[in-house]
Structure formats: structure tokens, C-alpha cells
Design a protein around this ligand. Structure first.
Ligand code: NAD
Ligand code: MN
Length: 505
């Protein structure tokens, strides 16, 4: 039988002038011939051109992913082999660490220190799932008499993965790594504002030995391409990270074909700062909790509740340090806060701050778009703290997704638990106290998928990440994620000597 020799994708520099779609193991241009330009939000400068996926491209990608899944090459390869390929992806990424970081900074406007942490975590995700998949298995269940039952985990199939612009590479890794580990095929749709590192990651997957068609990437419009994937009958699962309204829309549409759905959505996460907290640590943690990644984080701790007895001391330090935060050169390790992703987002943030002012709130720091010398063409917002607020205000209830914190006083534990839970969201929360008993008691009462005690860090490979309530469902970054990319098949058999004849005929 003649074998068709598959050409390997040429390895191109991470940073370059043009990025293509990847469908069926090949770099291709859009069927429509359309391209668009991505810009650096910090400077307004063009970064690269990108092929803009059309519906025909989405169809090609689903077919390629379907074929690659059904031919079984990847899903039937031993877990140990998939683990080896995942480790190879991680090792290629390690070799190009600085280039990936730079590209992420340019495409997203985030700071280099933020990008370094995120690229490192993306690498470690692949390493984590390389280890985790080897232990992912079914079990044997007790059955009466001469029956036998075992379960096995099978990959769920073709997965459409739709991701936002705030963590372009890290979100791609959170999605692709567990899907590949489980043996699924992927059609990834990065956010149109930040597609570059997700494209490079897809290329690296091929370089590392992922078979053609198993990972496809389609930069393009959410409402067109994203929607097409969600409605496609040959897609088995949708994994989405983004805003709550789009998540609801996706869930409704996916129900038509009963796709498996996991949703990582918005948040309005609280920090609870008790009277016995280490104030310095709580200030530093809260600063990072809201201003890291320019507040463009679903788990940003944007509501800060402070015990009345330490309120003044906390606020004084918090305001002082907020005013010291450096904006500007995103490639400088000393810059703390990066740009806002787009003009639209900048206007949204400002309209929330203005609404708070109209509602009678007081601005303690920031409060307007920032003038950053040398970066006049970028989108910048001053790190902002708003006081004298209450739970009826829009800026307190809704997700702002920018560098804006609201601060409030509380009297006792019961009151602050009530305030913390008074939100339609439930992604994360932070507790600052030296009293261990209180920390765990409060952690038990809080309705959020993640609780941080005396730490600003919310996610490491291995720790489940995901929400309660309208922050979504499903967990990423953890062992249980593998179950969300698998079906459980239950196999029953009978080994008795006497043949079964239940009707007795
Ligand atoms: P978004 O919901 O507008 O877009 C997210 C992705 O969905 C993009 O790729 C977009 O193109 C696509 N999309 C848009 N409309 C679509 C449609 N109708 N059908 C299918 N796909 C569609 O959100 P965004 O502005 O890019 O990201 C910010 C939001 O994401 C915030 O609300 C934030 O809280 C949330 N977020 C959540 C998490 C989490 O883990 N919970 C992480 C990051 C971001
Ligand atoms: Mn960009």
C-alpha cells in the first residue's frame, strides 16, 4: 500500500510579520483571503497581520478535527506517548521562553513580569497534564454474583475551545493541554485581539509530534466563527472562557446538540480583611489582587471589605502604594501595570468609574484614563480606588474588568460573609487573618470556587480553577479537568457457567 508522506510544518520564528490559520496540520490562509492587523495596546503600533478565519475555514477545521479524532491515531496512542508529546511541547516552549514572553507583551499590552509568569504557567500546564494523564483511569465496581463491571475513560471527541484576550497563551494552554492529554481533538478560537501566541503554541504542538488535524486554530470573529463552532453538529464539546452573557448564549445554543459544556465566566471577587490581619501583607496582596494584569482578570479581587477598626490604616497604605504603581514601558521589568486591551474596554472602565461618582462615591486614587509619557497612542487607565460605595451601585455589582477597586468597611464576620456572598458571581475570594479557625470557618461559608487565605495567588497547575453561581461551571487546571474531557464508559459482563435467560422462554 502506498503511504502518503506528510510534510512537516516549517519552523518559523516566534515573532514575524504574518500568522496563518492552522488546519489539518498545515498553515493556510483564509478561504476568503481576508487578513487583519493586530496592534500593541500599549503603543498603538501594528504587531503583525493575521489570517482572518471565515465560516468555510471553520468548516474545514471541524472536518479536520473530526477526521483526526475518528482515525484514532491520537486517542488510541498510549497515555505514556501522549505524555511524552506534552512534555516535548513544554520543552520547546522553555527553549523559546523569552520570545513567547515578548510576543505576548506586544500582542496584549501586558507587562513583561506578568507575561513571564503566565508563559511559565502555560509550560507547567503541559508538564502537569503529562503527569496527570498517566494516572487517569477507570475502575472496577462490585457487581452481584457472576457479573463483572469495569469503567474506562474515553476522550469526549472534537472540542471547540473559545478563549478571551486577557491571558492569551495561558488560556490556550489551560484548554489545549487537558484536551490533548485526554485524547481529544481541538478547534481553538483565540480572541481576535490577541491571537498570536495561541497560533505559535499550535505550531509547537505539531513540532512536538501532535498528529495533523488534532489541534487547529482559527483566529477570527467570536460572533461568526465562535458561534458556528458552538452550533456545529460534529463538535462534541465547547469549553469557553469569557463574559457571562456570551457564556449563557453558548450554553443555550450548545443545548440544541447536547454538547458537553464548560464555562469559565466573569467575577466580582471579594477580599475580606479582618482586624487581626497582617496589614502590610493584606495591602500588598490586595494591590496585586486588583492591579495585576491591569485588573483584566476574571478572578481580580475588585471588592475589598476592611474591618472598621483597621480601615484608616489599611486605606492609607493602600492608596499610597497604588499611587506608586508604574505604568509605561511594558518591556521593562520595573513596570507594574500594563495597558488596557482596547479603546472600547477603556471607555467601559471609565463609564463604570463615572457612574460611581454620579452615585455619590469618592475617588481615593486614579479615576480617569492615564497620561503616560511616551505612550500617548496606547490605552491606559489610572489604578483606581473608590470609597463611599454600597451594594446598590453598578460599579460594586458588575464586573468592570479593569484596574478599579471598591473599598468598604464592615463590623463583624457575619456581616462581611453576607456582603461577600451578595453577588451573582462566585469565582474567587481572599481572606486575610492570622486566626486559622476564623480563616477556615469563613472559607466554608463563602460561595466561590476558589478561596485564598493570606495569599494573592489564585492558580497553580493542579489547583482546580472555576466558579460557583454565574461565574460558570467545570474546573480547569486540575486532575478533575481530565474528566471534563472524557466520557466514562461502563462495561458489564457475565461470566457464569449457566447462560442467562431472563424471560425464561
Ligand atoms: P467575550 O465573552 O466577549 O469573548 C470571549 C471569547 O468568545 C472571544 O474569543 C470572542 O471572540 C468569543 N465570542 C464572542 N462572542 C461569541 C459568540 N456569540 N459565540 C461564541 N464565541 C463568542 O469576553 P472578552 O471580552 O474577550 O473577555 C473578558 C471576559 O472574560 C470577562 O468578563 C472575564 O471575566 C471573562 N474571563 C473569565 C475567566 C475565567 O476563568 N472565569 C478567565 C478570563 C476571562
Ligand atoms: Mn493585539
Amino acid at each position: 500500500m502506498a503511504t502518503v508522506k506528510v510534510e512537516k510544518m516549517e519552523v518559523l520564528p516566534v515573532k514575524r510579520e504574518h500568522y496563518s490559520l492552522i488546519i489539518g496540520g498545515k498553515r493556510v490562509e483564509s478561504v476568503s483571503g481576508e487578513t487583519y492587523t493586530t496592534y500593541n495596546p500599549a503603543t498603538g503600533e501594528a504587531v503583525a497581520t493575521v489570517a482572518q478565519a471565515s465560516i468555510e475555514d471553520a468548516e474545514r477545521a471541524v472536518q479536520a478535527a473530526r477526521q483526526a479524532f475518528d482515525n484514532g491515531k491520537w486517542k488510541r496512542s498510549p497515555a505514556g506517548k501522549r505524555a511524552r508529546v506534552l512534555n516535548k511541547i513544554a520543552s520547546i516552549m522553555r527553549g523559546r521562553f523569552n520570545e513567547l514572553v515578548e510576543l505576548e507583551v506586544l500582542d496584549s499590552g501586558k507587562t513583561i513580569s506578568a507575561a513571564q509568569g503566565q508563559v511559565m504557567q502555560a509550560i507547567e500546564d503541559f508538564e502537569f497534564y503529562a503527569g496527570a494523564i498517566v494516572g487517569h483511569r477507570g475502575n472496577v465496581n462490585s457487581m452481584p454474583g457472576q457479573f463483572f463491571n469495569y469503567t474506562q475513560k474515553e476522550p469526549v471527541g472534537v472540542c471547540a475551545q473559545i478563549i478571551p484576550w486577557n491571558y492569551p497563551l495561558m488560556m490556550a494552554a489551560w484548554k489545549i493541554a487537558p484536551a490533548l492529554a485526554a485524547g481529544c481533538s481541538v478547534v481553538l478560537k483565540p480572541a481576535s485581539l490577541t491571537p498570536l501566541t495561541a497560533i505559535v503554541l499550535t505550531e509547537i504542538c505539531h513540532e512536538a509530534g501532535v498528529p495533523e488535524g488534532v489541534v487547529n486554530v482559527l483566529p477570527g470573529s467570536g460572533s461568526k466563527i465562535g458561534n458556528y463552532l458552538v452550533e456545529h453538529p460534529k463538535v462534541d464539546k465547547v469549553a469557553f472562557t469569557g463574559s457571562t452573557p456570551i457564556g449563557k448564549d453558548i450554553m443555550a445554543k450548545a443545548s440544541q446538540t447536547l454538547k458537553r459544556v464548560t464555562l469559565e465566566l466573569g467575577g466580582k471577587s471579594p477580599s475580606l480583611i479582618f482586624e487581626d490581619a497582617d496589614i502590610e501583607a493584606a495591602v500588598n496582596g490586595s494591590l496585586f489582587g486588583i492591579f495585576y494584569n491591569t485588573g483584566q482578570s476574571c478572578e481580580a479581587r475588585s471588592r475589598i471589605y476592611i474591618h472598621e477598626s483597621i480601615y484608616e490604616r489599611f486605606i492609607e497604605k493602600f492608596v499610597e502604594k497604588t499611587k506608586q504603581l508604574k505604568l509605561g514601558n511594558t518591556l521593562d521589568a520595573g513596570t507594574h501595570v500594563g495597558a488596557i486591551i482596547s479603546k472600547d474596554q477603556l471607555e467601559t472602565i471609565d463609564s463604570y468609574v463615572q457612574s460611581a461618582i454620579e452615585d455619590g462615591a469618592t475617588i481615593l486614587a486614579g479615576g480617569k484614563p492615564a497620561d503616560v509619557e511616551g505612550y500617548e497612542k496606547g490605552y491606559w487607565y489610572e489604578p483606581t480606588i473608590i470609597a463611599d460605595v454600597n451594594h446598590s451601585m453598578k460599579a460594586v455589582k458588575e464586573e468592570i474588568f479593569g484596574p478599579v477597586a471598591v473599598v468598604m468597611k464592615f463590623k463583624d464576620e457575619k456581616e462581611v460573609i453576607g456582603l461577600a456572598n451578595d453577588s451573582e458571581y462566585g469565582l474567587a475570594s481572599a481572606i486575610w487573618t492570622k486566626d486559622h479557625a476564623r480563616a477556615t470557618r469563613v472559607a466554608n461559608e463563602i460561595k466561590s470556587g476558589i478561596v485564598m487565605i493570606n495569599t494573592p495567588f489564585s492558580a497553580f497547575p493542579g489547583t482546580p480553577f472555576g466558579g460557583y453561581k454565574q461565574s460558570g461551571f467545570g474546573r480547569e487546571l486540575s486532575i478533575e479537568t481530565l474528566d471534563l474531557y472524557s466520557e466514562t464508559k461502563s462495561v458489564l459482563s457475565y461470566f457464569g457457567a449457566k447462560p442467562l435467560n431472563p424471560f425464561g422462554l
